[in-house]
Design a protein around this ligand. Structure first.
Ligand code: FES
Length: 103
């Protein structure tokens, strides 16, 4: 039995040398946005246990910023809050993969 229905990891890695990374593309802000939005919508509860976490580099830097959603292991890249809203509504809430954002 798994603990979370959906467990989302945001790469928020920032490179000290200033080279390209998810952190440089607004990943921490995006992670905060999704975490707050999930709480605001009230979709993380006993019936729908969703967890949003930060992670280090997941070695898909060229495709970033990236997230991965478990248990499916679905990878996404996103551009803005509209993309994150779509992932929340479609994948986290209804279990439907957002094909256009999948990597
Ligand atoms: S910096 Fe995000 S996957 Fe490497």
């Amino acid at each position: 039995m798994r603990f979370y229905d959906k467990h989302v990891f945001f790469c928020t890695n920032e490179r000290a040398d200033g080279s390209d990374c998810c952190g440089k593309r607004g990943a921490s802000k995006a992670r905060d946005y999704m975490k707050n939005k999930v709480a605001e919508l009230g979709i993380s509860n006993l019936q729908n246990n969703i967890r949003i976490n930060a992670a280090g580099c997941m070695n898909r830097c060229d495709e970033g910023p990236v997230i991965v959603v478990y248990p499916e292991g679905t990878w996404y890249s996103y551009m803005d809050e509209k993309d994150l809203d779509e992932i929340i509504e479609e994948h986290l809430r209804h279990g439907r993969v957002v094909e256009r954002l999948k990597i």
